[in-house]
Ligand binder design. Structure first.
Ligand code: URA
Length: 205
């Protein structure tokens, strides 16, 4: 529902997005999350990295990709000779969705309605930044950025056209790498992820 977000046309800065998104009730996820987690990074980023949604640590700290998946992402960016400080890092969905199991909070995938509702914010982040390239980390980000489902494993490493001239590099989500039990397979998957990230240089030089 519209209401406390103000007129979309009036949002001109990332700081304003952060301020307004703090009161977001566009879907029900705000009810159980600690706080909204909007994007973070350079105001002049030519590269935007888009994840799925904040995890447990991100929800507590109010910053994207600061937990285990974020640490792995940072390492892989470094190995691909990319500087996180020059990126803008955000998520398709800005509130943590989880199921409580005892004291633990277990990540739950956001549904299509939640992704659609939150796309309102992602669209505004992109409109302000006008990046050259967005990296879709996993299926949820792909859906948000391309407006359709794409087979991530089939299309990974490819750069697909998004809206308004945005180019979208499809790859896996770093959390997927953390879930591979076999260490050789995990190492290969990590190398493949870094290989995908290196494609960023072909667009940004
Ligand atoms: N996973 C995501 O998709 N985003 C985060 O910010 C953290 C974990």
């Amino acid at each position: 529902a519209e209401s406390r977000d103000g007129d979309p046309g009036e949002i001109a800065t990332l700081a304003e997005i952060r301020r307004l998104a703090a009161g977001c009730q566009r879907c029900d996820l705000y009810k159980h999350a600690t706080q909204v987690v909007t994007g973070e990074g350079s105001d002049h980023a030519r590269l935007v990295l888009v994840g799925e949604q904040p995890g447990d640590q991100e929800d507590r700290q109010g910053r994207p990709f600061v937990g285990p998946a974020g640490r792995l992402l940072d390492q892989c960016l470094q190995e691909a000779e990319l500087d996180r400080d020059e990126c803008y890092v955000t998520n398709a969905v800005k509130h943590f969705k989880f199921e409580r199991r005892g004291k633990r909070r277990i990540h739950e995938r956001p549904n299509a309605g939640e992704v659609q509702a939150c796309k309102w914010w992602l669209d505004r982040e992109l409109k302000i930044l006008k990046p050259r390239l967005a990296v879709a980390l996993g299926a949820t980000a792909v859906r948000a950025l391309l407006g359709r489902a794409v087979g991530v494993m089939k299309q990974r490493g490819q750069i697909l056209p998004g809206l308004d001239g945005l180019q979208v590099l499809v790859t896996v989500h770093p959390s997927y790498l953390l879930r591979i039990p076999d260490s050789d397979a995990a190492e290969r998957a990590r190398a493949a992820f870094i290989e995908d990230l290196r494609k960023i240089h072909t667009v940004l030089g």
